[in-house]
Structure formats: structure tokens, C-alpha cells
Design a protein around this ligand. Structure first.
Ligand code: ADP
Length: 457
């Protein structure tokens, strides 16, 4: 269809352009011939026509196949090369079997011969129309059209082959990625896309799908772990309670104040766990656009330091708090939430540090940020556990056995830091200790002025 259209358009345009060209040629030829007549008229000294005027054109007319007639200003014919004669000559040159030519096919054009702004005669030129485009010329046009058409066909084939190749290059990896993402959506989180491609955008898509798969896989593992952790955490105290109560009911063990108090401790532990879950829920529910106030981080840390001195002393842990007196550690935030952050970190540091260890709390700042570091010389966290410690219920196996905990403290810390657009980083070495580093954006002086202004209204 496209080729057909191309053929018609090319043919039409070439014919049109060619006819315009031929007509323009004819027009200038006619003007030249009229000019020759005028020159003859002028060169005849007596300024008039004679029998020979313009006869030099007869030879050209016979060869090119047009008729000529010269009339004086009174429209009296002086001489002419009759169209019948031209027709006879043309017919004689026609190939065998060609359609006969007729006089009606002559197209006459009459031109004025003007000398000194005065018409001195008329020259009529009759052109045989079908010969405007001769057979030779038709053949030429045809072969030209054909070669353009051939180029169009070859071009189209090349484009087709190239686009086929290109679409294959594009569609293969895309459909493969689509099938991988379908598998992921079906819950097959281990499936990955391995078909690499040179097309940058698709390669990026492939890598993103693989990263997405990894994340989903991790989430899935955590989710499974979460469910088993919750049930484990809840089942243990319940079991202890149930078994002991049954034993007392059956009279296997006597009911004593000491036993009841130990059972009460289990109930308290159970309650604490649920309490922690509640705290987490509260932090998750707190609105994103919480109004933060300017707060003194040093004073907050100082309070906690004072509160922890007793606990640390009990375990014979040396607790220190360092900061530069000349610096002011003001940031924007919610006091209670940030209190909870430092509390959880200090609590862990003391909890996971054996007797005679050390816990350091350090405040620092530069022009853009305020940094709080809580470092201990405790058990440390194995490298493979580091990426997970902020997840709910995640507890490093060793601490699960020996130290009480719920695995929620750090999750709360992370949530609060995220809400404050702060950063938290942990580095640790087993047997050496752990460092939690917090980073807060300093408020700009303009922020502080604006804030204080609104506070005082
Ligand atoms: P919990 O302390 O109640 O177990 P967290 O969320 O506070 O829960 O901590 C998660 C886990 O990270 C802990 O169980 C512990 O294994 C590890 N962890 C946290 N802080 C420290 C620390 N300072 N030193 C060693 N391990 C730590």
C-alpha cells in the first residue's frame, strides 16, 4: 500500500514537473521565434514584411514538429507552414500500430510582433499536444519513477529488517523482565532476571527488578521471622505460667508466696513486651507532619546521663558524657521522642556491656550538623546481623539466650530518627564494642528567629 502510494506520488510529481518544464521551454522558444520575426522586420530597412521574413524558422519547425503562420498587422497571411503538412510528417515518423494523429490535437498560440510599441504583425505557432511529452521522454520518466521506486522498496526492506532486529533486541529482554516481575508478584521472591542487555535503560530496569526481588525476599524472611518471633515471645511466658499454674492446681507443687511472685514476674515480662509493641505502634501512628520545637540536645543527654549513672554503677560500668562547653547543641525535634532514642541506645549500651566496661556519650557539631555518639566496650554485634538490628523483634542470637529484651528498642530509634530526618549509623566489632552515631541537621539562624518569633506570640 505504502509502495503503491509512493509510486503514484512520484509519478504524478515527475509528470507535473516535467510538463511545467516543457511548457516553460516552449514559451521561451516561442518568445525567441517571435523575436527572430521582429529582428527580420526591423532589419528590413523599409520596415515592413517581405516574403522571406522569418522563414529561417521553417527548418526548426519541421524537425521539432510545430506549425508557423505569419500575418501582417491587417491579419493577412504572409506565409505559413501548414499544420496539415506538419501532421503528415509526424504521422510518417510514427511507429507501426501507434494511434493515428489528428488536427484537433494541435494547440495554437498567437503572438503579437511589436516594434516601437506598435503591433506590426502576428505569429501563430501550433504545437502538437501529445508530443509535449514524447515517447522517449515517457520512457525516461518511467525508468526514473522505477528507479526511485526501487530505492523506496530497498529502503523499506532495510527499514523493516532493521526495525525487526531492533524490536527483537528490545522485546526479548522486556518480556523476560515482565515474566520475572510476574513471578515476583506470584510470591516467588527468589526469581531474578539474568538476561543482560546493552540497552542502558533496559539494563537499569533489569537491575531495579533484581534489587526489588532482593528487597522483597529480605522482607519476606523478616516477615516470617517476625511471625515466629511474636509467637515465640508470647508463647514462652504463657507456657511457663500455664505449666506452673497447672502444677499448683494438681497439687504437684505447693502454692507459695515465692512461686506466685515468680509467676507474677513472668506476667510483668509479658506485659512489658506488649507495652513495647504498643510504643512502636504509637510511633508508627504519629503524624508525619509533627510540629517540632527547638530543643537543647545537651540538656537532654545530661538528664539521661544523670539517670543512668546509678544503673551503670550497679554493673560497675564507667559512664562518661563529653561535649564542648563553648558549643550550643540546639536542634529541632520532639523532646519525648528523642529522649526515647537516647534512652534506648544508652539502655542497650549498658545492657550489652559486661561488668567493668565503659560507655561513652559524646556530642559534637560542625557548621551544618550536630552529632551524638554512644559507644560501648561491650559484646559487639556480628557483621551479618548489623543490617537487621533495626528490624522489629530482631535480636542477635547470643543476646536472646542470655539477656532479656524484645528486639523493638532499635526499631523505635530508627523510626524516630527517620521522622526527624536524622541519620543513624552503627559500627561494631564482636568482643570489642559498638558505636551508634546519630546526625541531626542544624537549624539555620533564620529558622531559629522565625521559630522564636512564633513561640512568643
Ligand atoms: P532488645 O535490646 O530489646 O533486644 P533492640 O532493638 O534494642 O532490642 O536491639 C536489637 C538487638 O541488637 C539486641 O537484641 C542486640 O542483640 C543488638 N544490640 C543492640 N544494641 C547493642 C549494643 N550496644 N551492643 C551489642 N548488641 C546490641
Amino acid at each position: 500500500m505504502a509502495l503503491m502510494l509512493t509510486y503514484i506520488t512520484i509519478n504524478f510529481n515527475i509528470n507535473r514537473q516535467y510538463s511545467i518544464y516543457i511548457r516553460a521551454n516552449q514559451e521561451s522558444r516561442d518568445q525567441r521565434i517571435v523575436g527572430e520575426f521582429r529582428d527580420d522586420y526591423i532589419s528590413n530597412g523599409k520596415k515592413g514584411w517581405n516574403v522571406d521574413s522569418g522563414t529561417s524558422v521553417v527548418r526548426e519547425a519541421t524537425i521539432s514538429g510545430f506549425s508557423v503562420k505569419l500575418e501582417d498587422k491587417n491579419e493577412k497571411t504572409l506565409w505559413q507552414l501548414e499544420p496539415e503538412l506538419v501532421l503528415a510528417q509526424l504521422s510518417a515518423r510514427q511507429p507501426e500500430g501507434a494511434p493515428p494523429l489528428s488536427l484537433e490535437q494541435f494547440n495554437f498560440k498567437r503572438h503579437n510582433v511589436v516594434v516601437d510599441s506598435e503591433t506590426v504583425g502576428y505569429v501563430t505557432i501550433g504545437q502538437f499536444t501529445p508530443l509535449l511529452i514524447s515517447t522517449n521522454e515517457e520512457e525516461f520518466i518511467f525508468s526514473l519513477t522505477m528507479s526511485v521506486l526501487a530505492s523506496a522498496i530497498i529502503g523499506s526492506l532495510l527499514i523493516f529488517a532493521f526495525s525487526f532486529f531492533l524490536s527483537k533486541q528490545l522485546s526479548e529482554p522486556i518480556s523476560s523482565i515482565a515474566s520475572t516481575s510476574f513471578k515476583l508478584s506470584q510470591g516467588n521472591f527468589k526469581s531474578r532476571e539474568n538476561l543482560k542487555t546493552d540497552i542502558m535503560e533496559i539494563e537499569q530496569l533489569r537491575q531495579s527488578i533484581n534489587t526489588l526481588g532482593e528487597k522483597m525476599d529480605q522482607q519476606d524472611t523478616l516477615r516470617r521471622r517476625l511471625i515466629s518471633d511474636i509467637s515465640h515471645e508470647l508463647r514462652n511466658p504463657l507456657n511457663v505460667l500455664q505449666m506452673n499454674l497447672e502444677a499448683m492446681i494438681d497439687g504437684v507443687v505447693p502454692i507459695s508466696g515465692e512461686r506466685l511472685s515468680s509467676l507474677n514476674n513472668e506476667v510483668i515480662r509479658f506485659g512489658k513486651l506488649l507495652g513495647n509493641l504498643n510504643v512502636l505502634k504509637e510511633f508508627e501512628e504519629k503524624s508525619e507532619n509533627q510540629e517540632y520545637k527547638e530543643l537543647n540536645l545537651r540538656a537532654l543527654c545530661q538528664d539521661l546521663y544523670n539517670n543512668f549513672l546509678g544503673v551503670a554503677k550497679e554493673k560497675n560500668i564507667k559512664l562518661s558524657f563529653e561535649y564542648y562547653r563553648k558549643d550550643r547543641y540546639y536542634i529541632f525535634g520532639d523532646y519525648h521522642s528523642l529522649y526515647q532514642v537516647v534512652l534506648n541506645l544508652l539502655h542497650n549500651a549498658v545492657k550489652f556491656t559486661p561488668e567493668n566496661g565503659k560507655v561513652f556519650m559524646t556530642l559534637k557539631k560542625d557548621s551544618n550538623f550536630t552529632y551524638l555518639e554512644i559507644r560501648d566496650t561491650g559484646f559487639g554485634i556480628p557483621e551479618e546481623d548489623l543490617p537487621n538490628i533495626f528490624e522489629r523483634f530482631y535480636r542477635v542470637d547470643r543476646s536472646r539466650e542470655v539477656i532479656e529484651g524484645s528486639g523493638i528498642g532499635l526499631t523505635i530509634v530508627k523510626r524516630i530518627m527517620d521522622k526527624h530526618k536524622g541519620m543513624i549509623h552503627v559500627s561494631s566489632k564482636v568482643g570489642k564494642g559498638t558505636t551508634f552515631s546519630l546526625k541531626f541537621q542544624n537549624p539555620s539562624p533564620a529558622d531559629l528567629i522565625h521559630h522564636r518569633y512564633w513561640e512568643n506570640i
